[in-house]
Design a protein around this ligand. Sequence first.
Ligand code: PLP
Length: 423
Amino acid sequence: MSFNSRADVFHARHGDLHCEEVALASIAARFGTPTYVYSKAALLAAYRGYAQALQGRRALVCYAMKANPNLAVLNLLAREGSGFDIVSGGELARALAAGGDPAKVVFSGVGKSEAEIEAALKADILSFNLESIAELETVERVAARLRKRAPVSVRTNPDVDPKTHPYITTGLKSNKFGVAYADTLALYRRAAASPHLTVVGIDCHIGSQITEVRPYVDAADRLLDLVDALEHEGVHLHHIDFGGGLGIAYRDETPPAPEALIRALLARVDARGHGNKTIMVEPGRSIIGRAGALLTRVLLLKHGETKNFAIVDAAMNDLMRPALYQAWMNVKTVQPATAAEARYDIVGPVCESGDWLARDRDLAISPGDLLAITDAGAYGMSMASNYNTRGRPAEVIVDGSTVYVVRRRETVEALFAGESLLP
Ligand SMILES: *Cc1c(COP(=O)(O)O)cnc(C)c1O
């Protein structure tokens, strides 16, 4: 079974929504709701889109695991040869527990603690992606204490113009991320002179849910200018890491396929004479986003004066993107219509007006019906919380006609297991 990037991963068969060969209704019956359902084939197809476009090159895909850090997801990707982009010591532990190769791990983030740096140094990761001079000094200090050399890259801020590319941005002067473009060379000089640091690469990450190739090519040119300047000074880089951020089609967006993005980047790299370097990317959302859906059951329908509400058993704590970003999520019915169509806001039971999952959707539903919120594989479970003392959903991966539970539903007892009373 295979999916191209546009195919519907969650598809109706005789009126019943399926993930691969399995009816979602049977998953709800076996494992309850809310449950995150992922397609192994869709996950692997997305990864292979990147890997195949990079075939024959010195290249590494580092999956940005904050998009979805389930051990089974990481393990499937590790088995494909994927590396990992981590942003915490916790993510390092997950990458290692999932069988990830530390030599393929890059450590991003603006605030790495000394304990996290030490753990990553001891694990012999590929690169510390530095985001400030203060951080460079911290990494240097920890490396000196451990009598090691830390491999470093500088995350430069290419300041790609947002007016021409309106997207969620992290590569602007005004963002907290990265080192100002104009300061980048100075950091490299400092790193190259240090006995405790080894300069291995350069990186950037300009934003998320990017739906055009153009800003990547602009950022690539800015990075390659720095690579040229560094080589001129005798600092040679092993890799160039263009970050992640490629978008997916939630509604009517038309993001380029990973293959198209890679082709454009390789063309720039080759044209500028750096095709011999290891080319890296750090995709998160575009690897796992479309592979996942949140399966939820309608608890009841509430017909208000101006609005109808479908109150479902999933809530903002399970899927935060609508509450956090006003994100539009696709909602599909799982089984044939059971009632006349009406317009609903899909909301959860959490005591917040911000607790909504979708608004103004025309659905033919009754209490007890199942809904699938599709394209929810990225930044869904990874952002879930226990607000309102709600256990987080179960997670399952479908492989053909087999369903594997990869995280069991959190019990209420587990939620307060670490709490204690005063004497
Ligand atoms: C979040 C993040 C990514 C992945 O972003 P996506 O939009 O999920 O592809 C890559 N690199 C860094 C440094 C990140 O913080």
